[in-house]
Design a protein around this ligand. Structure first.
Ligand SMILES: [Zn+2]
Length: 241
């Protein structure tokens, strides 16, 4: 992994502001692992993307996560803490090769979705599922090619299940228990929106720090950003910011 620094992370954040959230993931991953281009990162499975984002998040902000939830049954507020390990699907790897499903006279070759696929259907949320199927699935009925949109519901359901099984890191669920009423429920954890929120907070604080130090000492933004975080903090304490 590249040694990330304040300057290039701030630049990635600035780029990301104008981007679709799915593109932000690719921007961050290509910054952290430049051995893959942004196009290559957009072509990896969502599970592989999210394993990368989890690793990046641990490097930037540590392994501990904090979040707030409210019980759907009694509205009790829950303060959650969990770790990177809790979010890694155990032993999970993504099936990168095309897979095959045979059901009810249908033979279906399919692969798991990538960021490219999600971006391609993002403008059409009402039909996202059908469009995603068309991109990731090649189906035949009795040897004759058929459109994915004509597949019976049962085959589509099976395919959805098989795709999820083939890329278990793509959707992480956390099981929550309400301390007040003991209700249990699963919630989906999205590392991309969580990490982006943290980077936004970090960038705002950093720019505030640059402003304080530049005002006090007349240093340039470049000089301030190239300092270690420890040094910046010590100078900030000296100027009482
Ligand atoms: Zn409750």
């Amino acid at each position: 992994m590249l040694a990330l620094n304040a300057t290039n992370l701030l630049t990635a954040w600035e780029q990301g502001i104008a981007q679709h959230p799915l593109q932000r993931a690719v921007t961050l991953l290509a910054l952290a692992w430049p051995e893959k281009t942004t196009d290559e990162w957009a072509g990896v499975s969502i599970g592989e993307r999210d394993r990368g984002l989890l690793q990046l998040r641990e490097t930037l902000f540590g392994a501990k996560f904090e979040a707030i939830a409210s019980c759907p049954k009694c509205s009790e507020r829950l303060e959650l803490t969990f770790s990177t390990q809790d979010l890694l699907a155990r032993g999970a790897t993504t099936a990168s090769e095309p897979l095959r499903l045979t059901s009810g006279g249908y033979e279906v070759d399919y692969r798991v979705p990538t960021t490219d696929d999600l971006l391609a259907v993002a403008g059409n949320p009402g039909q996202a599922r059908e469009l995603l199927m068309e991109r990731c699935v090649e189906a035949r009925n009795d040897g004759v090619a058929v459109s994915a949109s004509t597949l019976p519901d049962e085959v589509v359901r099976l395919l959805g299940q098989k795709m999820a099984d083939a890329d278990p890191q793509a959707e992480v669920q956390i099981l929550l228990t309400c301390p007040a009423c003991s209700h249990h429920w699963p919630t989906v954890f999205d590392i991309l929106s969580y990490l982006w929120g943290e980077i936004e907070d970090w960038a705002q604080r950093l720019l505030q720090d640059v402003h304080s130090l530049a005002s006090a000492y007349g240093w340039s933004e470049r000089d301030i950003l190239s300092m270690s975080a420890t040094r910046r903090r010590l100078y900030l304490e000296m100027v009482g910011a």
